[in-house]
Design a protein around this ligand. Structure first.
Ligand code: NAD
Length: 468
């Protein structure tokens, strides 16, 4: 349901929220078996019932190739569900901890209980993955959820709404379609937790709205993720993997390599290798390739085009690509070098298929450059030198790092996924996602005698000595 055109107060989900029906559901905690049942139903819907429609919606919204839709939208949700199902019993178990001697006569443990009613706001670049991925964690943790997907991918949002209505009761999970105004209205409600995926600027708006109710937040944001290639790197392998990571989904990926920082002695060889791999993946005419996506909206197309114009006006070299086709929202896989420090390409998150290359003379220079920018979501290192790799990791900060590859750290459920400061707050995936949607409740149980009782009033000289 789109809510911008109607009185939001009439929205049935909002009414449910006001009547606290969402709250009632989680008080007392949704049992393990009910959570598993919901996850199973969601899995069947995505893997079987709606699979083809998901692929079709992604094709309409983003021209997303089928293989990419399978690998980057369907597979991650299914594997998140499988992982949660295999581990949920353990995650929900009460966790005993040691009790210090000063508390003799008592025992301690903590439990993960549902946070309550949660809001998930998602972006458009991986609409299904970035909506249902967090939803799996929220359900595993026993919450009820309101979802606000992106307005930029309307086919995907409409289908997600249908999936949610098929799988969940109205008071368990509700999906509210709408634009920015809808998001703003939802943000006024007193949620217990808000899980937001999107840009750092909107992340700040979400966090200040959450502050009004002291709702906890997970902010999965973006930014400029650097890729360092030192002189010891295998240039061909680096190009093969960077071209894949950068141009998948036409560069519209939060963990895509935003720019390359390369030792100046190997720059030319790297560009030649990139050209080879671009042609290998997408042919000499990427506009005809079935493996290459399009830019999501005209507005984003124009934003990327203006990055290119700006770089050209500052005398950057267009090494590869540069062709654009407005009607098709097509931008060729593009590599530019000699980009001025003032160029918008080096100062704003690119989020599209343009890769600027910046050269450095010493590794210290590269590290200083990285540290002069906001802390990134990902930092990639291509090097065969353990010393250089260690030096870069030690002297920089990032949400995650891959060595001699990129993007794939996202796929390991055993790793926390998220940013740091400008690129995000909090972590997701696997146990970290379950934790984000849970309240860690500490419990101490006292037995017949507790040593602390020796120090109850009235305070005598003996007790004063004992307390020291
Ligand atoms: P966005 O921040 O513009 O929008 C995200 C969501 O917020 C949408 O649902 C939108 O309707 C809503 N929104 C937009 N403006 C709002 C406002 N003023 N008040 C309240 N809600 C508002 O982001 P986007 O363009 O959809 O996605 C691209 C950004 O997301 C990039 O910065 C990218 O790096 C980041 N991203 C991060 C991750 C991650 O996991 N860290 C994943 C994907 C995308």
């Amino acid at each position: 349901m789109k809510t911008d055109s109607i009185d939001f107060n009439e929205n049935p989900h909002y009414q449910l929220f006001l009547k606290q029906q969402f709250q009632q559901l989680i008080i007392g905690t949704v049992p393990y078996s009910a959570r598993i049942e919901k996850l199973k139903k969601l899995r069947t819907a995505i893997e079987v019932t709606f699979r083809d429609q998901i692929i079709e919606a992604l094709h309409k919204d983003l021209n997303k190739p089928r293989v990419e839709a399978e690998l980057t939208e369907i597979y991650p949700i299914i594997s998140e569900i499988k992982f949660a199902k295999s581990n949920l019993r353990q995650w929900m178990r009460k966790q005993k901890v040691d009790t210090p001697i000063s508390m003799l006569g008592s025992s301690s443990y903590y439990i993960y209980e549902p946070k309550g009613v949660c809001l998930i706001i998602s972006p458009w670049n991986f609409p299904f993955n970035l909506t249902f991925g967090p939803l799996v964690s929220a359900i595993a943790a026993g919450n009820s959820v309101i979802i606000k997907p992106s307005e930029m991918t309307p086919n995907s949002s409409a289908l997600m709404s249908e999936i949610v209505r098929t799988v969940f009761d109205d008071n368990e999970v509700a999906l509210v379609e709408g634009e920015v105004e809808t998001s703003k209205k939802l943000l006024q409600l007193p949620f217990n937790h808000i899980f937001f995926t999107g840009s750092p600027n909107v992340g700040k708006i979400v966090m200040s709205a959450a502050a009004k109710h002291l709702a906890s937040v997970t902010l999965e944001l973006g930014g400029k993720s650097p890729t360092v290639i030192d002189s010891t790197a295998n240039i061909d392998k680096a190009a093969k993997r960077i071209v894949w990571g950068k141009f998948m989904n036409a560069g519209q990926i939060c963990v895509s390599p935003d720019y390359v920082l390369i030792d100046e002695s190997i720059k030319e060889q790297f560009i030649i290798a990139c050209k080879k791999w671009i042609e290998h993946y997408f042919s000499k005419q990427p506009e005809t390739s079935n493996s290459y996506a399009r830019i999501v909206t005209q507005k984003h197309f124009e934003r990327l085009q203006s990055h290119l114009e700006n770089a050209k006006s500052l005398n950057a070299n267009l090494d590869i690509g540069g062709d654009v086709e407005a009607n098709l929202k097509y931008i060729a896989p593009t590599i530019v070098s000699g980009v001025s420090d003032e160029a918008s390409l080096l100062n704003e998150e690119i989020f599209g298929p343009i890769l600027p290359i910046v050269t450095y003379k010493t590794l210290d220079e590269a590290i200083t450059y990285i540290n002069s920018k906001e802390r990134p979501l990902a930092l990639y290192i291509y090097s065969n030198s353990k010393r250089n790799t260690k030096k870069i990791i030690r002297n920089t900060r990032a949400g995650g790092t891959c060595i001699n590859t990129n993007v794939i750290h996202y796929a390991n459920h055993n790793l926390p996924f998220g940013g740091v400061n400008n690129s995000g707050i909090g972590k997701s995936h696997g146990f970290y996602g379950f934790k984000a949607f849970s309240n860690q409740r500490a419990v101490v149980k006292q037995y017949t005698f507790g040593i602390n009782e020796l120090l109850f009033p009235p305070y005598t000289n003996f007790k004063e000595k004992l307390a020291r």
